[in-house]
Design a protein around this ligand. Structure first.
Ligand code: ADP
Length: 204
C-alpha cells in the first residue's frame, strides 16, 4: 500500500478556488507542488518531514505514526542525535518506511496564539528541512502540517508560513528540488491549502 510519486499528482489550479496572488506566476515552480491528503508514512519518496518533539524519541500524532512505521531502529538512531531545538532539522534513515529518509524538525508550541517568535520558528522548520534535503541531494520531500496538532498553532496561520517558505525556497533554489508535497491529514487542512495555494503559486 505504498504510494509512489507517480500516484501523487502535481497540484492544478482547476482543483482549487481562486485567491488574490501574493507572488508572480511561475509555472515551473507550480509543477513542483503537490497537495496530498493521507498518511505521510505511506509515501515512497526521498524524504518525509516529521513534526517531532525536542527529544526526537517519538511521540503522538504524525511522530507516533512515523516511529510505528519505521520500527525501533529509528528510535535507536534518533537517540544518538542529542535531541533537536525548535526550528532545527535532523535527518535519519527511514528503516521500515518506504521513504528513503526522515527529516525530523521541532515546531513551536503555540497553544492557539502566535507571535513573531512562533512564526519565525515555524518558518525555520520548513526552511531547515528543505536545506537538509538539498544538502543530501534529496529531490522529493513531503511535509505534514507542522505544529498544528498537539502544538496548537492555528492551521489558518500555519498554512501561510508553510506556503510562503516553500515558495521562496523553490524560487531561490529552483534546480535543487523536483517536488514538495503538502501532506495534509484532515479535510479542513485540505480545504485550507486548496484555498491558499493560488495565492502563493498563481497560474501563469
Ligand atoms: P505537532 O505536535 O507538531 O502539532 P501533530 O502530530 O500533533 O504535531 O500534528 C501535526 C499534523 O499532523 C496534524 O495536522 C495531524 O492531523 C497530522 N497527522 C497526524 N498523523 C498523520 C499522518 N500519519 N500523516 C500525515 N499527517 C498526520
Amino acid at each position: 500500500d505504498y504510494i509512489s510519486l507517480d500516484k501523487v499528482p502535481v497540484w492544478k489550479h482547476s482543483d482549487t478556488a481562486s485567491a488574490k496572488p501574493l507572488y508572480k506566476a511561475h509555472d515551473e515552480l507550480n509543477q513542483k507542488i503537490s497537495l496530498f491528503r493521507g498518511d505521510i508514512t505511506k509515501l515512497e519518496i526521498d524524504a518525509i518531514a516529521n513534526a517531532a518533539n525536542k527529544t526526537l524519541l517519538g511521540g503522538g500524532g504524525v511522530d507516533g505514526a512515523i516511529h510505528r512505521g519505521a520500527g525501533p531502529l529509528l528510535r535507536k538512531e534518533c537517540s544518538t542525535l542529542g535531541g533537536c531545538e525548535t526550528g532545527e532539522a535532523k535527518i535519519t534513515g527511514a528503516y521500515g518506511l518506504p521513504a528513503k529518509y526522515v527529516i525530523h524538525t521541532v515546531g513551536p508550541i503555540a497553544h492557539g496564539s502566535v507571535g513573531e517568535t512562533e512564526r519565525r520558528a515555524l518558518r525555520d522548520c520548513y526552511y531547515n528541512c528543505l536545506c537538509t534535503a538539498t544538502e543530501n541531494q534529496l529531490r522529493t520531500v513531503a511535509f505534514p502540517c507542522i505544529s498544528t496538532g498537539v502544538y496548537g498553532y492555528p492551521p489558518e496561520q500555519a498554512v501561510e508560513v508553510a506556503l510562503k517558505t516553500v515558495r521562496e525556497y523553490l524560487e531561490d533554489n529552483p534546480a535543487q528540488m523536483d517536488r514538495v508535497i503538502f501532506c495534509v491529514f484532515l479535510k479542513s487542512d485540505e480545504d485550507l491549502y486548496k484555498s491558499r495555494l493560488p495565492a502563493y503559486f498563481p497560474e501563469g
